[in-house]
Design a protein around this ligand. Structure first.
Ligand SMILES: N[C@@H](CCC(=O)N[C@@H](CS)C(=O)NCC(=O)O)C(=O)O
Length: 458
């Protein structure tokens, strides 16, 4: 069996668990998977030993392959078990493939900020409403697994106090609170991040009023990506969870449907709707709309365009600047090409704090909701962009593919710039080995820069 090491409270675990459930329920994941709580004993004694990182989720495949990272887990399982396909093939479905990878990137690395912020804002001292007790309980369930309920809650409270300095979250932040600062959250930007999240929720709600999933009548990579922020942080956590259920009930249906739990009346992916025929016999049909499949002819639902456009409005400018900043860092005396780069999204990486905090060489100015602020560069995002570029390369190999993708990008303000991604990445490509990230060695970096120059000249 596959073994998934996860936490219910974890952003990226929600993405992968829902994906594996879908594959398993559709008969596409022989011999199935076991969801294992990644307790501190397993984090230290197993995950860190095998991948070099305690981050969850991690997957142990039946053949002994060990995979750390939600995107790589999905890529690995898709390659082993292609049916039912979740990641659209860029050679045959250029628009649906690029849209899926863009949504995954937006959900993984942009919406992570407001989702993470909500969890910890509504856990601070004196907040009303507050979900501090709920949050203590869910953290305690990982770090004191197996202990009685009151001891689990006390363990969560102790972590918040000792590791995150929760009672001084604003004046002397540690752990998650320091991470939020590095991600560009401050008293000035908090409302703007929250507004960004609400924009996304509204646009998704409008989309899921018309379609059961991102691409139509069955899930794809974009759905599982979006479940990252939407499940553990925005649906399970009590304060945003209340807002979601009361203001975005359609979106809640999609969350339950995509997560494959608690969705008996909300048309999950393998549920049938039954009618009675003339003889009074039950006749089943797929419960999902759009013929229970992605839209035909590689079409992108019109209601998805505002969601994709959020990527170009908000995240793309930050990514462009991050690529410039990382390129300059890799060219500077502070770094030797081919060596390790920071790896974390949620906080500065130990050993790189002087670069990723304050005005460090791996920080950059950015704008959210018209407010200027500073945040750390996250090289993992350049790794994800490299993955997206590989999809674009395949999608644009043929003139039909190029035309289809250009047509989609032409419908979204500013999106055509995506076709310059390869050039922008040339000096800041990131490689991943086990759980660690490295800049591309100087020789291959020069090769990809001259390849880009040659492409420009053509
Ligand atoms: N990019 C990784 C991120 C994994 C990640 O950051 N996981 C968080 C929980 S959602 C974690 O384990 N944080 C604790 C740590 O990094 O030590 C993925 O897609 O899997």
């Amino acid at each position: 069996m596959y073994r998934l090491f996860s936490w219910e409270l974890s952003y990226f675990s929600g993405k992968v668990r829902a994906y594996l459930r879908y594959k398993q329920r559709m008969g596409g994941l022989e011999p199935g998977f076991e969801d294992i709580l990644a307790t501190p004993e397993l984090l230290d004694g197993l995950l860190t030993q095998r991948s070099g990182s305690p981050a969850v989720p991690q997957l142990l495949a039946p053949d002994g392959t060990w995979i750390q990272d939600s995107s790589e887990i999905i890529d690995f399982v898709e390659a082993q078990h292609p049916a039912p396909l979740v990641s659209p093939n860029p050679a045959t479905h250029p628009r649906q493939a690029v849209a899926s990878y863009l949504l995954e990137l937006l959900a993984d690395e942009w919406t992570v900020v407001p989702a993470f912020w909500q969890r910890w804002f509504f856990s601070e001292d004196g907040r009303s409403p507050s979900h501090r007790g709920f949050n203590e309980q869910q953290w305690g369930s990982v770090f004191a697994a197996g202990a009685p309920g009151n001891e689990r809650r006390a363990a969560g409270a102790m972590i918040f106090d000792q590791m995150f300095n929760i009672s001084e979250s604003r004046t002397n932040p540690r752990g998650v609170y320091l991470g939020l600062r590095a991600m560009g959250v401050s008293e000035e930007t908090e409302p703007a991040w929250q507004a960004s999240q609400h924009r996304l929720l509204e646009r998704l709600d409008a989309h899921f009023s018309a379609h059961d999933y991102v691409l139509g009548g069955r899930p794809s990579l974009g759905d599982f990506g979006l479940l990252g922020p939407l499940y553990a942080h925005l649906y399970r956590d009590a304060v945003p969870g209340f807002v979601l259920r009361t203001h975005f009930p359609i979106l809640c249906e999609w969350i339950e449907r995509t997560n494959g739990e608690g969705c008996v009346t909300s048309r999950t992916y393998d549920q049938k709707l039954y009618s009675l025929d003339d003889a009074g016999e039950l006749v089943g049909r797929p419960a999902n709309g759009d013929g229970a499949d992605w839209l035909p002819d590689d079409a992108i639902p019109g209601t998805l365009l505002p969601v994709l456009s959020l990527f170009f409005e908000e995240m793309w400018p930050v990514l462009k600047d991050s690529m410039r900043t990382l390129t300059a860092f890799c060219d500077s005396d502070a770094h030797v090409r081919g060596e390790e780069l920071p790896g974390k999204t949620f906080s500065p990486t130990p050993g790189f704090e002087q670069h990723q905090m304050g005005d460090g060489a791996l920080t950059h100015a950015f704008t959210i909701g018209g407010i200027e602020a500073r945040r750390m560069v996250v090289p993992y995002q350049m790794w994800m962009l490299g993955r997206l570029q590989a999809v674009i390369d395949v999608a644009t190999k043929t003139s039909d593919g190029r035309a289809a993708l250009s047509e989609l990008l032409g419908r979204i303000d500013g999106a055509s710039e995506l076709l310059t991604l390869g050039d922008r990445l040339a000096g800041c490509r990131v490689e991943k080995r086990r759980s660690l990230l490295y800049s591309e060695p100087a020789a291959s970096c020069a090769a990809s820069a001259s390849f880009s120059a040659a492409r420009r000249a053509l």
